[in-house]
Ligand binder design. Structure first.
Ligand code: ZN
Length: 308
């Protein structure tokens, strides 16, 4: 049973917008692709657990906890009976080899950051967290390689590593564990969610300014600027995706708020940001319908979204 779904982190959203609207350096681009790939792997694992695990297993995706001034993140936590299973999901792709306890990309000389060490750290901190909060659960950590195009030469025989061909039997094994929910599991799940710290340690963002970013509405699917607009619809010339003008404008407003939390949202600025929607009247109508107008005259803004 899915207790906590995953959502895209703000940092990934910001990097995606910046990647479309400015020239990122090689390193920044790498950072963006790394985040994107990691997220895609986690979502792929979420799909597997959601569709394969039985309802007696609690699934919590993406939990960030702080304990004794250390933060740790668990990609997926499964709670079964008296056991909590933290899963570290890796979306590695290509050929790697394992030597002297380290993982190496075949094409590189230096080993990569050891995911088993990361898993061990998670286990240690989770142990402290459970103890501090009076929970008596066994911890059974797993390192999950989700990408079918991942291959590891000289792989260690380690029960806590799940390779892509083992995913199916891993799900079956979890389902076969006796599970008898008695309230403690829910209590732990609720506590983890309550302590979930949304503000992850923010990595350094590339410097950006409103004036240096490319303006225009991007496609919601492929992020391209090849957008044609008629009265009600936007159409992407690159991938063919269609979106209503209203949805696209709201999406653009939310983008802008994420990039510039202190910016005053006005009809003029959204008109400038979206570009493709020619009529200011249309922009104003959409803003008035979906956002609360606060203040008067030149101090007015549409920063607060109305609840659906
Ligand atoms: Zn597109």
């Amino acid at each position: 049973m899915l207790i906590k779904p995953r959502s895209e982190s703000d940092i990934l959203k910001i990097m995606r917008i910046l990647n479309a609207r400015m020239n990122l350096s090689e390193d920044e681009k790498k950072q963006y692709l790394y985040l994107k790939k990691g997220y895609e792997g986690e979502v792929a694992f979420d799909l597997l657990t959601a569709s394969n695990l039985n309802s007696e297993i609690f699934i919590l995706n993406d939990i960030m906890i702080e304990i004794n001034h250390s933060k740790f993140q668990i990609d997926s936590s499964l709670i079964i009976q008296d056991t909590i299973i933290p899963c570290e999901v890796k979306n590695y792709e290509g050929n790697y080899f394992y030597k002297d306890g380290e993982f190496h990309l075949c094409s590189a000389k230096k080993p990569i950051t050891n995911p088993l060490h990361q898993l061990k750290r998670t286990e240690t901190l989770l142990q402290q967290y459970l103890k501090k909060n009076g929970f008596c659960f066994r911890i059974l950590p797993y390192l999950v390689f989700i990408n079918p195009k991942f291959f590891l030469y000289q792989a260690p025989q380690n029960d806590s590593i799940i390779f892509p061909p083992q995913l199916r039997s891993f799900m079956e094994k979890l389902n076969s564990r006796p599970s008898n929910l008695n309230g403690m599991q829910r209590k732990l799940a609720d506590k983890l969610i309550a302590d979930h710290n949304i503000e992850s340690p923010y990595p350094k963002l590339p410097p950006y300014k409103y004036h240096s970013l490319q303006k225009g509405t991007t496609c919601a699917i492929c992020n391209s600027f090849f957008i044609i607009c008629d009265e009600r619809k936007l159409k992407c010339d690159a991938c063919g995706a269609e979106e209503s003008v209203e949805t696209a404008v709201i999406r653009s407003v939310e983008e802008l708020k994420l990039l510039f939390p202190d910016l005053k949202i006005t009809t003029n600025i959204i008109h400038d940001w979206c570009r493709v929607v020619e009529s200011k009247k249309t922009i104003r109508r959409i803003l008035t319908k979906n956002y609360q107008l606060v203040g008067y005259g030149k101090y007015s803004n549409f920063n607060t979204k109305l609840e659906e």
